[in-house]
Design a protein around this ligand. Structure first.
Ligand code: SF4
Length: 401
């Protein structure tokens, strides 16, 4: 008998087709969606308006995926971070960011990341695998059903590059957007990319009016090649053109994410380059002061440098929001998600079980809730193997750009 599949990997139309193949009316798909996503039921036996016969058929063929949180951390600024252990032992993180009436959930889309941006913890352990639609929507359901918090905004800015897992991310958005699913309006979704041109082009052709955010972080190819090595495959001009086409296709407004790193991308020239791109894309800029990552030697900018950078942008008529990166004390801020438990470092994981005390632990604050530490061996990341350009900024050897 074939292995059971996760029913939450199916979009509404796919579930309807499956039901028809089982000799059942397609409209039952809407009822099943309501049980899965509106009422958050975990067993087929609870689907009380579905016949016993159909429940048995579902039970034979499917299981209902559910994420298991192995750690929950609370930041002093209200941010919460959850570490989930997936069925195969991989781990990913999700962040809940409350702000006024907003409840923003920052979602992971991959276990690890293949792109290895020099300032980001998610790429340090390399790429493990893509998350399934069920594992992506499961992060939102955890916040909804387990915590009782109703998410208002969903941003795909956690671990992984969303457009590198295009089909599953789009599938998850459709499930969450469907009126019979979670019924979350498309304008509440923001898909972030570091600049995967074919993914931006595909997104432009989708009938989903989600927001697009470009993680820019550097404004010349030379800078970007070093900070974000895959830029050698998709240079800046190609990315900006793909974004222009996205806007022309009727896509919603764009934002540019720019992590300000001391002595790396914080000059007036950088601000000028950023302003030029922002004006071209009619984009707002979210400016985020870099949050330290253990093992990386980049430094956050001084407050005065952030203010000056904001002023330079505003002088150039760019709409800029200085985003205080929340959750830094629990390693939940932008670029800090690594799929580790509190106190673990990449070195800890690579010892295959022997616990070592790393920088993260030394910096950790006492009194936070954390469970005991399990370990796994992180796979080595793939090399990019692309053009013969300058090497990327290494995690431990920062060079002047
Ligand atoms: S910034 Fe995004 S693309 Fe780059 S390593 Fe981190 S998760 Fe991957």
């Amino acid at each position: 008998m074939a292995a059971k599949k996760d029913i939450k990997d199916l979009a509404l139309n796919e579930l309807a087709a499956e039901l028809e193949s089982l000799g059942e009316p397609a409209f039952r798909a809407k009822q099943i969606f309501a049980w899965l996503y509106r009422r958050g039921k975990a067993t087929f036996g609870e689907f009380s308006d579905i016949s016993r016969g159909l429940r048995d058929k579902l039970e034979e063929r499917y299981f209902i995926g559910r994420l298991e949180a192995v750690e929950r951390l609370r930041s002093g600024d209200g941010v919460q971070k959850f570490l989930f252990r997936l069925g195969d032992g991989n781990r990913v993180e999700t962040v809940l960011i409350p702000s006024g009436t907003r409840r923003t959930v920052c979602l992971s889309t991959q276990a690890g990341c293949r792109y290895r941006c020099a300032f980001c913890a998610s790429g340090l352990g390399g790429f493990q695998r893509n998350l399934t639609p069920s594992e992506i929507t499961g992060q939102v359901l955890f916040v909804k059903d387990v915590l009782g918090e109703e998410p208002t905004n969903l941003v795909f800015m956690g671990m992984g590059e969303p457009l590198d897992n295009f089909d599953n991310v789009a599938g998850a958005v459709r499930i969450m957007n469907a009126a019979e699913g979670m019924g979350i309006a498309a304008r509440r979704f923001t898909i972030s990319t570091c600049g995967i041109v074919p993914g931006i082009e595909r997104l432009a052709k989708l009938d989903l009016q989600v927001n697009l955010s470009l993680s820019l972080h550097a404004v010349t190819d030379r800078q970007r090649d070093r900070l974000m090595p895959f830029n050698r495959k998709y240079p800046l001009e190609e990315i900006v053109r793909a974004c222009e086409a996205y806007l022309e296709s009727g896509g919603r407004m764009m934002t540019l994410e720019y992590t300000l790193i001391r002595d790396v991308n914080d000059t007036r020239n950088d601000a000028e380059g950023l302003a030029a791109i922002a004006r071209r894309l009619r984009a707002k800029v979210n400016l985020i002061a870099y949050s330290p990552v253990p093992g990386l030697e980049f430094a956050p900018p001084e407050d005065a440098a952030v203010k000056e950078f904001v002023r330079w942008l505003e002088e150039r008529r760019v709409q800029v929001t200085e985003r205080r990166s929340k959750g830094a004390d629990i390693a939940a801020a932008c670029g800090q998600l690594a799929g580790h438990k509190k106190g673990e470092t990449r070195e800890t994981l690579e010892t295959g079980g022997k616990r070592e005390t790393g920088k993260a632990e030394k910096r950790g604050r006492p009194g936070r809730k954390a469970e005991s530490v399990g370990t796994r061996t992180a796979k080595e990341p793939r090399g990019s193997g692309r053009r013969d350009d300058p090497p990327p900024l290494n995690a431990r050897k920062k060079r002047a750009l």
